[in-house]
Write a protein of this length. Sequence first.
Length: 319
Amino acid sequence: TRSRFLYYLFSLGTELGNELFYILFFPFCIWNLDAWLGRRLIIIWVWVMYLGQCTKDVIRWPRPASPPVVKLEVFYNSEYSMPSTHAMSGTAIPLALLLLSYGRWQYPFMFGLILALCWCSLVCCSRIYMGMHSILDVIAGFLYAILILVVFHPVVDLIDNFNLTYKYAPLIIISLHLALGIFSFTLDTWSTSRGDTAQILGCGAGVACGSHVNHLVGLQLDPPPHTLPLSLSSLTVTVFGKAILRLLIGVIVLLLTKVAMKKATIPLACKIFRIPHGDVRRARQRMEVELPYRYITYGMVGFSLMFIVPCLFHFIGLS
């Protein structure tokens, strides 16, 4: 079909699984709503995406052939197809949001369930419409995400408490995420998959370490149990203005962190591994450059999200 409405609707659905969405959604949740909820969502998201990317690289099914499929997106075309990681994150995030927030926040259960189902359906259908996945890829992604949620939802509290309170948590977090990144890649050709996975692991490690430091200095404390369930405060112009200002300033800091770290890490990795960095694009595709650059850059973005930006808000009176 040549429907403009469907094209824009499903483009939006696809964006719900892309970096732009994550860099707005997770910070908004952590800085404006509930850091407790944000940390747990990121833990689940990291595991879902990591396992999804690794499974793709083990199964190695190609993308649907074009023709007959009309591809409306080409960015992830070099990646394998099965399972759909967009379908996985589009299933895991809204369902985890419902599971974690219901009972902690006051809202009707049906409202949360309908929102989660609409979100999930929009992302899953968008991948078929965009020509990036077969129906089987999407169904597999949906079921796989539910399986991971069943396993990880019961232990997410334990993981978060460990990240916050265990003395040597940062050391273990960094080592574990690095090891997962190094041992999961046996690609025969370069694809966006390796960098994306290193990015996700780096982000997870940075957020967990930032949470630990946060807890250590008592910066962003979770509301005490007797104040639960939380209710949404009435939306005034001041509350809305502060929320938008926090998001705007915070995201600018995250983007500046990303640019600065990228500028520093690529030449450094090239120097250490003696790789010519005249052609930055080619150098970036080398595993010795791509993994450390993505891991360190997004690790610092995650750390800024949890610790540096809340410090800045505290300092300028926006917390």
